[in-house]
Ligand binder design. Structure first.
Ligand code: AMP
Ligand code: MG
Ligand code: MG
Length: 312
């Protein structure tokens, strides 16, 4: 049953469709893992991998959303080639659009040509290949005017170690509007838990973490997964002083986090731009804090040499 009628604002329709498409991409990711044929290739380095699941999930997401919204610019991590191969991958989300997302008034007249989608079909690929399956997320970020205005994070393997529980979950949010799909929980008071990369560390990354004096550091895969930890109260702040993250890693997580009251900027406190011509790389790193945390206080603690190491 479709809950997004023809007359509903475009952003509501894109959100409902993206939730359904992300869930479908998650099924594709699980199916490919079951075959055991991951088809791993190295991209820029041995730490930067792509699998058949990344490729197939991107083909599905881009071809399906492009069919629904032909004038929207869609930028996917796996490049144009995957986006152009539409063979048998188009999925019609209209039958499974079961989530209705209210659009805040300031976004109600957006048109397709004003929107850019940043798609990471499988965030946490290194962890996917290593069997750390709950680190994997599917990310669809919606941007307009250079800002993240909506986001969907689907975690296809949530609960995979709890047989009998519902497998997978999807959290979504519109800054200034609603957040839904999972309860938002405040992290514990009286201690500081930092989350960061487990597979892309460096001395600069570690210097930034030490500077905020954490009681605990959760080194896990995926930008989507780390922002999930902020949303569910398992960490206070995500610190990543490295140029490795891209716009498709942060757009959806930023939108969901901001909808929940949190903040995501680069490590210098500058807003990350999401217009179609923005460079893909977040060259000044990422700092994201859960709702109720003092984002500026974290930024102030990051040492100047760390900030200087990351170009503007
Ligand atoms: P991580 O926290 O290491 O899982 O990284 C979050 C996202 O940024 C993932 O999509 C990574 O692939 C990407 N990323 C971070 N650092 C690098 C890097 N040095 N090279 C390539 N991708 C990176
Ligand atoms: Mg990623
Ligand atoms: Mg990816």
């Amino acid at each position: 049953m479709s809950l997004a009628p023809q007359s509903s604002p475009l952003l509501s329709k894109i959100m409902s469709s993206s939730i359904a498409v992300a869930n479908h991409a998650g099924k594709i990711i699980r199916e490919i893992m079951k075959t055991g044929e991951l088809g791993i290739v190295e991209k820029e380095s041995a730490r930067d991998l792509q699998t058949e699941a990344d490729r197939a999930a991107q083909r599905c997401i881009i071809s399906s959303l492009n069919k629904c919204f032909p004038k929207i610019t869609i930028i996917g991590e796996e490049g144009d080639e995957e986006a152009r191969d539409l063979s048998g991958q188009v999925y019609d989300p209209s039958a499974e659009m079961t989530v209705e997302v209210t659009c805040p008034p300031q976004f109600s007249s957006l048109t397709e040509d004003e929107i850019v989608l940043w798609v990471d079909p499988l965030d946490g690929t290194a962890e996917y290949t290593q069997g750390l399956l709950d680190h994997v997320t599917v990310l669809i970020g919606i941007a307009s005017g250079g800002k993240a205005v909506g986001g969907v994070i689907h975690q296809p393997y949530y609960n995979y170690q709890n047989p009998g529980s519902k497998l997978g979950r999807t959290v979504w949010g519109v800054p200034g509007g609603a957040v839904g799909g999972m309860p938002i929980v405040a992290p514990p008071e009286g201690r500081l838990i930092v989350t960061t990369t487990r597979s892309h560390s460096s001395s600069t990354v570690n210097d930034a973490i030490s500077s905020v004096s954490p009681d605990d550091v959760l080194r896990v895969g995926g930008a989507g997964h780390k922002v999930m930890l902020l949303l569910e109260g398992k960490a206070h702040v995500y610190v990543f002083a490295s140029p490795g993250c891209k716009k498709w890693d942060t757009c959806a997580p930023q939108a969901v986090l901001e909808a929940a009251g949190g903040t995501l900027t680069d490590i210098k406190g500058t807003a990350i731009p999401y217009h179609a011509s923005a460079p893909h790389r977040n060259s000044s790193g990422v700092l994201a804090s859960a709702a109720g945390q003092n984002h500026d206080a974290f930024l102030e603690k990051i040492p100047q040499h760390v900030k200087d190491n990351l170009k503007a």
